[in-house]
Design a protein around this ligand. Structure first.
Ligand code: PGA
Length: 264
């Protein structure tokens, strides 16, 4: 993973439960890859449904585009756990990354303790972890800041210092995610939260490691707001959901991210 200052931005496409067939998945992947390979300032990670990981990871032998999962089971290794997919299994079929703590998994029952267990298990399996944090709503008393702090601190508790560089934090306010979202966070919101998260990290592990850690934004990011969020928010990339399912829109985001990466 590139460190800050060598300025390479990360675009993580979260396909969620899409598309509806392997053929479509391959086509979407190919179109995204063609674009990604043209723009050296950007690393693309596609977090795809489990069933497509093996298929796409075989094709993703390039350092500018990687395949990841969207979640892992809390149990590790192998065993009698019907329906579960461990980090180890994910890694064996070629995933290099996995999301943990996405709000759609938190809503389904993952609390901070489960998220921490998943994060550790992913690190043990050698995966990069995309840790999603974010408040469900903004209140005028600043409670949302405490919620984000707790999510970050809890998830990282007990992690070896040498492993921090394998964790990417994505600020994803729940109110900004999905087609029912009011809007994306403003670039100013993103800047404030990015600084705040880096401060939490600095208090936890010291300035130097904190500064080298990547903090991204996700929630209704698209080709219209990408430039402003990246420039003003000074984040290390974006995690689009819907926009990653449209290769033209995602392609424009790649071009924008590359431009911003070169300009900074
Ligand atoms: P969205 O999803 O870009 O469609 O809002 C982002 C996410 O849930 O990760």
């Amino acid at each position: 993973m590139a460190k800050k200052n060598s300025r390479r931005l990360l675009l993580i496409g979260n396909w969620k439960m899409n598309p509806s067939s392997p053929e479509e998945a391959v086509s979407l992947y190919r179109r995204t890859r063609t674009k990604a390979l043209k723009f050296p300032g950007v690393t693309v990670v596609l977090c795809v449904p489990y069933i497509y990981i093996g298929l796409l990871a075989k094709k993703a032998a390039d350092k500018r585009i990687h395949i990841g999962g969207q979640d892992i089971s809390v149990v590790e290794g192998i065993g009698a756990y019907t329906g579960a997919v461990s980090a180890e299994l994910l890694s064996k079929v070629g995933a290099r990354y996995t999301i943990v703590g996405h709000s759609e998994r938190r809503i389904a029952g993952d609390d901070n303790i489960v998220v921490r267990a998943k994060l550790k298990s992913a690190l043990r399996a050698g995966l990069f972890v995309i840790l999603c944090v974010g408040e469900t709503e903004r209140d005028s008393h600043g409670r949302y800041l405490t919620a984000v702090k707790e999510q970050v601190e809890s998830a990282l508790r007990g992690i070896d210092r040498a492993e921090y560089h394998k964790v990417i934090i994505v600020y994803e306010p729940v109110w900004a995610i999905g087609d029912k979202a009011l809007r994306a966070a403003t670039p100013q919101d993103v800047l404030e939260m990015q600084i705040y998260i880096h401060k939490i990290l600095a208090d936890l592990i010291g300035q130097e490691i904190a500064r080298s850690m990547l903090v991204l934004y996700g929630g209704s990011s698209d080709q219209k707001n990408a430039e402003e969020i990246l420039r003003t928010g000074q984040v290390d990339g974006l995690l689009p959901g819907r926009a990653s399912l449209n290769p033209e829109v995602f392609g424009v985001m790649i071009v924008i991210a590359d431009r911003v990466a070169r300009a900074t």
